[in-house]
Structures are given as structure tokens and as C-alpha cells.
Write a protein that binds this ligand. Structure first.
Ligand code: CMC
Length: 425
């Protein structure tokens, strides 16, 4: 027999259907509750609200489990290539060798940006944050590639995946006043991005395989994370049937905030501040615990993970190995290690289940790779793009999907009469 749940409101009992997921997660379906009871449910920050059913990503925050389409993140990070993971997320299965080859080729041959669009970059100040450029350029792509036929979504998904790395690298080149470097068809996805970032017209540039491997792992770890703030934003915007590019641009804007993808930039700024202040950890741990101080330990805490973030575990090891292989000694890594050690033993952090998250170590790796701090969140966006696309596509193909439209409990003024400006005192 199907499970149900009961709610008693004002003495009246309501029976509600229960939905059970693949991994036995339980959700009470309240979609018809208002119709029968007149009441809504209130859940500020959606901490306990399922907004959809989804087949893309599974997280068990208590056990520190993350899987894309059933595959453990640890296995994908160790063995897969980023385009393979992108294909998996978007299409549901890992590609065959032939499918992978054709996907890789598509991603290569659509990398160039329309010459006219390059002029858009000229309009930005050289000090513009690259996330502002990325978000604006992604939405602008819709004016070049409108949805004109039934296959438009598939074509646009390929174009978007292929071109975003070019836009991201050009945003960086713009910020340092260097000429844009064209993508090269012979290079794979990650190598092509690094080439466009770091090559200059006057010098030959060989992509360092250490950088390519490190980038591959970072992008895979960021590729999806179910209904996080930016993905929910993509679904929210997509639910109004806004086009792919507009929906992705909204996701980029949501990611930018320091509590979400912007945290990777904030971690490095925080470690820098600690270093410049003499390297004392305790003062900053105390500040983070002080409720009258707005300071937080960036890169710590997560809405879902209450034990450990499996991505952070992979990146902690990866940071050590990448710095080692590149021969980089970064005092930030030592400060990060000390901070982690002190915080993990502290009652405040233990009680609240606050552990390092994916952003705690990613910035240290990006620094070692030569990627500037204000590009870190762009790197996160590059990685998260396949996840956003997969969710947008899932929503688009779901015949039961409706426009997202939450309700509220109104707490403002009661009805009152308008008073003319002359009589307002
Ligand atoms: N430093 C100090 N205290 C913290 C921190 C932190 N980083 N994170 C949470 N807390 C405290 C918070 O003050 C609260 O304490 P109390 O119960 O006494 O009021 C308690 O822990 C619960 O925190 P919350 O803000 O209610 O938790 P949340 O689920 O709403 O927020 C979070 C999650 C990630 C926004 C938050 O932990 C945070 O601000 N972390 C720092 C920013 C960060 O690293 N963000 C990256 C997240 S991972 C990448 C991604 O997917 O976006």
C-alpha cells in the first residue's frame, strides 16, 4: 500500500500522499494541501522543500555521498574526462566511444565566437568583474542563436558548452588588456581553455598536462549538485519557458554570491587577510564564532553536508599533489590546513556540523595554476554549466512541469486609505 502522511489543522485531519525516491528519501506531497485546507507550508530558504523530482544527481548529506546519474563522484573524478561527465549529466548515460568522439568534436568546432560579438567585450571597463562579463555575454548569445526549429535546444546546448569556455577566457584577456587567443581545434576541452587563457601571440604555448589534469578534476567536481541556489534559479527562470541562454545567465548571477560560488574567491581573500595579519588563526576562528561580527569562515559549512563534503576531501589531496607537481610553495595551503585543524576541533564548529566545503581548497589549486582570484567563480560556472543544462533540459522535457510560483505569508500593513502628499505631514 502507498504510504501517506497526516496533518491535523484546526481539528481537521488531512491525508497527504508520500513520494519515495530511489534511495528511499521520503517527501510529503503538499501540492494539493492548500486546495483542501486553505493553508500553505512555510519554509524560509527552502531548507526542507523538494522543488521537483529529478534523475540527475543524488546527495546524502549525512553520509557525504555525491553521485551523478548513479556514478560516485570519487570514481568520476579519478577516471573520467569533463566532457564525458557533461554528456552523462545532460543525456543520462555515459557516451559510447563513437558518441564521445562526436560530442568532443562538436564541442571543439563550435568554440569560436561570432566576430561581431567580440565587439561586445570592448564595451566593458577593463576593471569589470569577469562574472559580469560572463553573465552578460551568455544572455547575449541568445540574440545570435535564437530557437528556430525543433532541434534548437540540442544545437544551442552544444554551442553554449563550446562557447562558454571561450567567453570565460576572453573575459580574462580583456581584464589584463591582452589580445584574444582563438581556440584550437586540435586541443581537448580543458587544454583549449588553458590555451586561450595563457597563450600570447608572441610566444609558443604548450599546455602543461598537470594543469590540464587539475582543471579536469575541478570541473568534474563542480559539474552538478542537485537543487543548489544557482540550479534552482535556472529551473525557476526556465519554468517560465525562458530560453536556454537567459536561464543559464540567471544561474551565473546566482552563483556569483559569496555564500555560493563566490565563496572560492572569498576563501583566498580571507587566507590573504590572515597571512597579512601575521598568520594567527585563533583570532579569525573567534571572529567567525562571534555573533556580533559578520565575519564567517568562507569555505566552511554547507546546507546539505553535515558530516563531510566529498568534493572537499578529493580537493584537499589534489591541492597537495598539484602544488607538489608544479613545484609551487604556497603559504596559503599551510594557513588553510591550520585553519581546518583548529576549526574541526572547536565546539562551535562541531556542534553546527561545519566542515570545509568544495570551495575551501579549490582556490588554492586555481592560484597555483596561475588563475587570478576574480576568475575563480567563473571557473565554478564553467564546471557547473552541464549540471544547469541537464536540469533545464529535464524541466523542459517534463510534461507535468508548471511555472514555478511559490506563495508567501504576508506580514505587512493591513488595509489603509491613501493619503494625498499634502496631508502627509
Ligand atoms: N562560519 C561561521 N559560522 C557559520 C558558518 C561559517 N562559515 N556557516 C554556518 N555558520 C553557523 C551560522 O552562523 C549558524 O549558527 P547559529 O545556529 O548559531 O545561528 C549555523 O552555523 C547554521 O548556519 P546557516 O547559515 O543557518 O546555514 P545555511 O545552511 O543557511 O548556510 C552556507 C550554508 C554554506 C551558506 C553557510 O555555511 C556559509 O555561509 N558558509 C560560508 C560560505 C561558503 O563557504 N559557501 C560555499 C558553499 S559550498 C559551494 C556551493 O555549492 O555553493
Amino acid at each position: 500500500m502507498d504510504k501517506t502522511a497526516k496533518v491535523v489543522l484546526d481539528g481537521q485531519e488531512y491525508e497527504l500522499p508520500v513520494v519515495v525516491g530511489t534511495e528511499d528519501e521520503v517527501g510529503i506531497d503538499i501540492s494539493k494541501f492548500r486546495g483542501t485546507s486553505g493553508a500553505i507550508t512555510l519554509d524560509s530558504g527552502y531548507a526542507n522543500t523538494g522543488s521537483c523530482k529529478s534523475e540527475i544527481c543524488f546527495i546524502d548529506g549525512e553520509k557525504g555521498i555525491l553521485r551523478y546519474r548513479g556514478y560516485p563522484i570519487e570514481q568520476l573524478a579519478e577516471h573520467a574526462k569533463f566532457p564525458e561527465v557533461a554528456y552523462l549529466l545532460i543525456n543520462g548515460e555515459l557516451p559510447t566511444a563513437a558518441q564521445y568522439e562526436s560530442f568532443r568534436q562538436d564541442l571543439t568546432y563550435h568554440s569560436m565566437i561570432h566576430e561581431d560579438m567580440k565587439k561586445f567585450f570592448e564595451g566593458f571597463r577593463h576593471t569589470a568583474h569577469p562574472m559580469a562579463i560572463l553573465s552578460a555575454m551568455v544572455t547575449s548569445l541568445s540574440s545570435y542563436y535564437p530557437e528556430v526549429d525543433d532541434d534548437a535546444d540540442d544545437h544551442n546546448i552544444i554551442r553554449l558548452l563550446a562557447k562558454v569556455k571561450t567567453v570565460a577566457a576572453y573575459a580574462y584577456k580583456k581584464s589584463i588588456g591582452q589580445p584574444f587567443v582563438q581556440p584550437q581545434n586540435k586541443l581537448a576541452y580543458c587544454a583549449n581553455f588553458l590555451h586561450m587563457m595563457f597563450a600570447v601571440p608572441t610566444e609558443p604555448y604548450e599546455v602543461d598536462p598537470v594543469l590540464e589534469d587539475a582543471l579536469n578534476v575541478l570541473l568534474i567536481l563542480h559539474a552538478d549538485h542537485e537543487q543548489n541556489c544557482s540550479t534552482s534559479t535556472v529551473r525557476m527562470v526556465g519554468s517560465s519557458q525562458a530560453n536556454l541562454y537567459a536561464s543559464m545567465s540567471a544561474g551565473i548571477s546566482a552563483l556569483w554570491g559569496p555564500l555560493h560560488g563566490g565563496a572560492n574567491q572569498k576563501v583566498i581573500e580571507m587566507l590573504n587577510m590572515i597571512q597579512q595579519d601575521g598568520g594567527g588563526i585563533d583570532k579569525y576562528v573567534a571572529k567567525a564564532k562571534d555573533k556580533s561580527d559578520p565575519f564567517r569562515l568562507f569555505g566552511f559549512g554547507h546546507r546539505v553536508y553535515k558530516n563531510f563534503d566529498p568534493r572537499a576531501t578529493i580537493l584537499r589531496k589534489s591541492a597537495e599533489s598539484v602544488l607538489d607537481r608544479l613545484g609551487v610553495h604556497d603559504p596559503m595551503l599551510e594557513i588553510a590546513r591550520q585553519l581546518e585543524e583548529v576549526a574541526l576541533k572547536d565546539e562551535y564548529f562541531i556542534e553546527r556540523n561545519l566542515y570545509p566545503n568544495v570551495d575551501f581548497y579549490s582556490g588554492i589549486i586555481y592560484r597555483a595554476m596561475g588563475i587570478p582570484t576574480d576568475m575563480f567563480t567563473v571557473m565554478f560556472a564553467l564546471g557547473r554549466l552541464p549540471g544547469w543544462i541537464a536540469h533545464w533540459k529535464e524541466l523542459r522535457n517534463d510534461p507535468s512541469s508548471r511555472i514555478n510560483r511559490p506563495r508567501q505569508i504576508y506580514t505587512g500593513a493591513g488595509e489603509r486609505d491613501y493619503v494625498g502628499i499634502a496631508d502627509r505631514g
